[in-house]
Design a protein around this ligand. Structure first.
Ligand code: MTE
Ligand code: MO
Length: 414
């Protein structure tokens, strides 16, 4: 069904206002830091992995609490078995800086575009909804440090299990179209995006990330105002966020308020110093390796997961066992997903379900019949459309970035 832009605007406008109102109440209660109320606990499968399951963050359902202030919330893994898109109220949350607005009036909000442009702009939500073509893209948003808790030796940083990722249908406008409206100078080289969050001390650098001009203008990078057909939840960047398909989520700037076109490579902390990876295949080094060349983190790599089997599950011998999961290709689509029921000796190809585009999760499934009683190690490996396969052995680097080794579950067959 096709909606006209003005209908969309009326619909969204109502949602935007309703949301702002709801968050206004949160603001009035003075809850800049939402106190965590724990209902249940959960054990993540690594040392010191006990966490609380909380339900009282605004617009969020049950989430794994990693940190209260600023919020770090992980998606409980069973959510990924329920559908190819991750619901907004279960989508993970990650912020670096503690001052996050709890109220944004969409009538007053402006997105500023300035720097090396012919005509600086201050766009309202109305302008963005009416004056630019609306585009949609399904894409995985994954934190660089997703699965960091599994690193051996362990590294500092949020000890995420595998739930610092999610897949959504993003709706918004092309960054390219907005840049074209402002008219980019021939001297421009990079585009820097800033969110509305800030640190306690004025000296703390604001959260900003830069893309090369060519990347920013590739027609895929998007300024999103919708996530799965709804305005973005506040904690996922209401009212606007950058969507950088195929790239790690650190570039997906939330509460995007300012776009600056630069004529020099960006030297701000978040682009030039944070989020660097070893310039080696898979960002893989040994813990003692020295003098490694570092580069900014960039494209994602393929991953796949079982979603309906828990480690240690008991299953019956010689019965059809439906195994299913999700995969994504990273910066390109999934070519195939291979499953092994014998710890990697023989592999079978799983059936891929509907394709929602190359940056989306892809669901897969396979029916297995495990003939013999005893322990079985099931493994899953994705290969993407560039021919890149998940490695058998986990990578390591000091920041705990880009883990994508083959996943396995152990089953007890009787
Ligand atoms: N403004 C702003 N945007 C941000 C961040 C931030 O701290 N501030 N963190 C980034 C990082 S590191 C991640 S992993 C993603 C998390 O997106 P989510 O909270 O919507 O899941 O947001 C990115 N965008
Ligand atoms: Mo991240």
């Amino acid at each position: 069904m096709k909606r006209s832009n003005s209908n969309l605007y009326r619909l969204s406008r109502r949602n935007f206002v309703a949301q702002a109102g709801q968050l206004g109440i949160a603001g009035m209660l003075g809850s800049l830091s939402w106190t965590a109320r724990s209902d249940e606990s959960i054990d993540l499968p690594f040392w010191n992995g006990q966490r609380e399951l909380v339900t009282n963050f605004p617009q969020k359902g049950a989430m794994i609490l990693q940190r209260t202030q600023p919020a770090l919330l992980e998606t409980p893994f069973e959510v990924f078995d329920q559908g190819v898109f991750t619901p907004n109220d279960r989508f993970y949350v990650r912020w670096h800086l503690p001052n996050i607005p709890t109220f944004i009036d969409p009538d007053v909000f402006r997105l500023k575009i300035h720097g090396r442009v012919g005509k600086p702009l201050a766009l309202s939500m109305h302008d963005l909804l009416h004056d630019f073509p609306r585009v949609q893209i399904a894409a995985v948003n994954q934190c660089s440090g997703n699965s960091r808790g599994f690193f051996k030796p362990r590294v500092a940083g949020a000890q995420w299990s595998n739930g610092a990722m999610g897949n959504a249908l993003w709706g918004g406008v092309r960054l390219k179209d907005v840049l074209d409206r402002a008219g980019v100078d021939s001297a421009a080289v990079q585009v820097r995006c800033r969110g509305l969050d800030s640190g306690i001390l004025p000296a703390t650098p604001n959260f900003m990330k830069s893309l090369t001009l060519d990347h920013a203008r590739d027609g895929e990078v998007m300024i999103a105002y919708e996530m799965n057909g709804e305005p973005l939840p506040l904690l996922n960047g209401f009212p606007l966020r950058l969507v950088v398909p195929g790239w790690y989520a650190t570039y997906w700037v939330k509460m995007l308020a300012e776009i600056e076109v630069l004529d020099q490579p960006d030297d701000n902390y978040w682009t030039a110093k944070a989020y660097l990876i070893p310039d080696t295949p898979g960002a893989n080094i040994t813990p003692v390796q020295k003098d490694v060349k570092m580069v900014p983190i960039n494209r994602m790599v393929p991953r796949s997961f079982f979603t309906n089997l828990k480690d240690g599950a008991a299953v019956k011998r010689a019965q059809a066992l439906k195994v299913r999961g999700i995969a994504f290709g990273g910066d390109t689509g999934v070519d195939k997903v291979m499953v092994s029921a014998d710890a990697g000796h023989r592999w079978q190809e799983a059936r891929l379900e509907m394709d929602h585009g190359k940056y989306s999760f892809r669901r897969w499934e396979i029916a297995l019949r495990l003939a013999n009683a005893g322990p079985h190690k099931l493994m899953v490996k994705a290969v993407n459309n560039s021919g890149m396969a998940q490695p058998d052995d986990a990578n390591w680097n000091g920041s705990g970035f880009m883990r994508n080794a083959v996943e396995s579950v152990s089953l007890q067959v009787s």
